[in-house]
Write a protein that binds this ligand. Structure first.
Ligand code: NAD
Ligand code: UDX
Length: 472
């Protein structure tokens, strides 16, 4: 039988906010603390500061009931049994994770601990952070019997974050004693015992009362490494398929057929085998670098991770060269860019390959008109409107008078464009698709020159096939 736990979540970003509303959703009492006043003000009014499916409804359902938002850490710490730390751990110098936000939060928590608390690392952190958090608490004078530190890495993906949280593949708890592990078991009991899934309002998904979430308890070090190695392995899968795509393209094979053929082997699986312009986002690039650094610190040369990173960087260059090859010269050209977010279903542009490619094209003298269903506002903050960077309200106005379209993010709507309308808007019927959203033969029938990733390019009758296209 599950019990209600009082929880404090520090950080109301993609992870902290999702965790806070989901803990409220499964019946706990949550105070979410952030030092960004503007964000907290929005949240107190029920406005979600990020684009994430199900988040607005969940927030509305639990605001001021299961979850409250504040900038005031002290009362939140006093009221809770568990403190989840979900602040950023960006890439620091030399590739290591910058843990200064974590340290700042731990020092602050230490000021308010007067009874037993479990500090939970939700942020992605390198192995032994657990030890450092304990040491930091001691340094700030907190008695060892007043706290434990547990690692509980988060595996949610942006865009499906709420569903991933409530229907996880697994929950990992890295605890070095039973008392703290038990508190985490209590917190996740509605998911692991399946009681949440019996509720009429439960979000539907992969888990059910008969197939509840699985919880794995490990040592703190193992849990920290599970998180880094999972992200690194997924990044490796993407770089692997991108490397195969480049080979496929040079021998006129089709990477989509190859990925399907490989993925049908249940040992390999179909997911994370989509070739494209390389992975981006706030996690894979920094976590691959941080994991490489962790290994280096232990005297281990984890070379494959460096290759994963290099292939990923090269993938963007290859795409840039494809654009150049399709247009001959770049200076003075006008392109419609479809997609700014680092992936579909999010407004997050952190480390977005789309933004990197756009910047490079602008540097080469191209003017861009971009459209994205969710990420335009965030992009305007880093690429303000100018002569070379314009924003459109839909894909067709972005394409008006453009020399070509480039597809940079895998939004579903970009795979269902009205191609007749698009063709009409464009100066030339050329699409360079970094996300393989269409079949080449179909695009040729529609009258387009269509260049994609890991598949032979096709040429419209009007454009004709060039004798040689330089790809890299
Ligand atoms: P984010 O930048 O969206 O959110 C971090 C929040 O912490 C911000 O709102 C910031 O204002 C707040 N904050 C910083 N210092 C604070 C302090 N001293 N007191 C109170 N609040 C403070 O970050 P995110 O994307 O949610 O990532 C958080 C962590 O989770 C990172 O370690 C990341 O690697 C990990 N993670 C992220 C994802 C993801 O998809 N974004 C998935 C799994 C794990
Ligand atoms: C990732 C992890 O998947 C998640 O478990 C972790 O908690 C946070 O980091 P996220 O960054 O939200 O999640 O997105 P994800 O769906 O993993 O995609 C990351 C990047 O890889 C995106 O740029 C995406 O476009 C790219 N990608 C993904 C591919 O290029 N090919 C694929 O097959 C899958």
């Amino acid at each position: 039988m599950s019990r209600q736990v009082s929880i404090c979540v520090i950080g109301s970003g993609y992870v902290g906010l999702v965790a806070a509303v989901c803990f409220a959703e499964v019946g706990h009492k949550v105070i979410c603390v952030d030092n960004n006043e503007a964000k907290v003000n929005m949240l107190q009014q029920g406005i979600a500061p990020i684009y994430e499916e199900h988040l607005p409804e969940m927030l509305a359902r639990h605001l001021n009931k299961g979850v409250t938002f504040t900038t005031d850490l002290g009362p939140a710490i006093e009221a809770c049994e568990a403190v989840f730390i979900a602040v950023g751990t960006p890439q620091g110098s030399s590739g290591s994770a910058d843990l200064s936000y974590v340290e700042a939060v731990v020092s602050e928590i230490a000021r308010y601990v007067t009874s037993y608390k479990v500090l939970v690392e939700k942020s992605t952190v390198p192995v032994y952070t657990n030890e450092w958090v304990s040491r930091c608490m001691h340094r700030h004078g907190v008695e060892p019997e007043l706290f434990d530190v547990v690692s509980n890495p988060e595996f949610l993906r942006e865009g499906t974050a709420i569903e991933d949280f409530l229907h996880p593949d697994r929950i990992v708890v890295g605890a070095n004693n039973d008392r703290s592990a038990q508190l985490l078991r209590d917190i996740y009991a509605p998911l692991t015992e399946g009681t949440y899934y019996t509720q009429p309002e439960a979000l539907p998904g992969m888990c059910s009362p008969a197939n509840p979430a699985k919880l794995l308890v490990t040592s703190a070090q193992s849990a920290e490494i599970i998180k880094h190695s999972s992200n690194a392995f997924l990044a490796l899968k993407i770089s692997f398929i991108n490397a195969v795509a480049n080979l496929a393209e040079s021998v006129d094979a089709d990477i989509e057929d190859i990925a399907t053929g490989m993925g049908l082997d249940s040992r390999i699986g179909t997911r994370f085998l989509r070739a494209g312009i390389g992975y981006g986002g706030s996690c894979f690039p920094k976590d691959v670098a941080a994991f490489y650094w962790v290994a280096q610190q232990q005297g281990i040369d984890f070379q494959i991770l460096d290759e994963v990173r290099k292939i990923n960087a090269h993938q963007q260059e290859i795409f840039f060269n494809k654009v150049r090859a399709a247009l001959w010269t770049l200076r003075g050209k006008k392109l419609a860019a479809l997609g700014l977010a680092f992936k579909a279903d999010t407004d997050d542009i952190r480390d977005s390959p789309a933004i990197d490619i756009i910047r490079k094209l602008i540097d080469a003298g191209v003017s861009i008109t971009a459209y994205d269903p969710a990420a335009i506002e965030k992009t305007k903050a880093v690429l303000p409107p100018s002569d070379s960077m314009q924003y459109a309200e839909d894909p067709y106005s972005a394409a008006e008078g453009a020399d070509a379209v480039i597809i940079l993010t895998e939004w579903k709507e970009f795979g269902k464009l009205d191609l007749h309308r698009l063709n009409h808007a464009l100066k030339f019927p050329i699409i360079i698709d970094g996300r393989n959203l269409y079949k080449p033969a179909f695009m040729q029938e529609q009258g387009f020159t269509y260049v994609s990733v890991g598949r032979p390019a096709v040429y419209s009758a009007q454009q004709g096939k060039p004798r040689k296209i330089v790809l890299s």
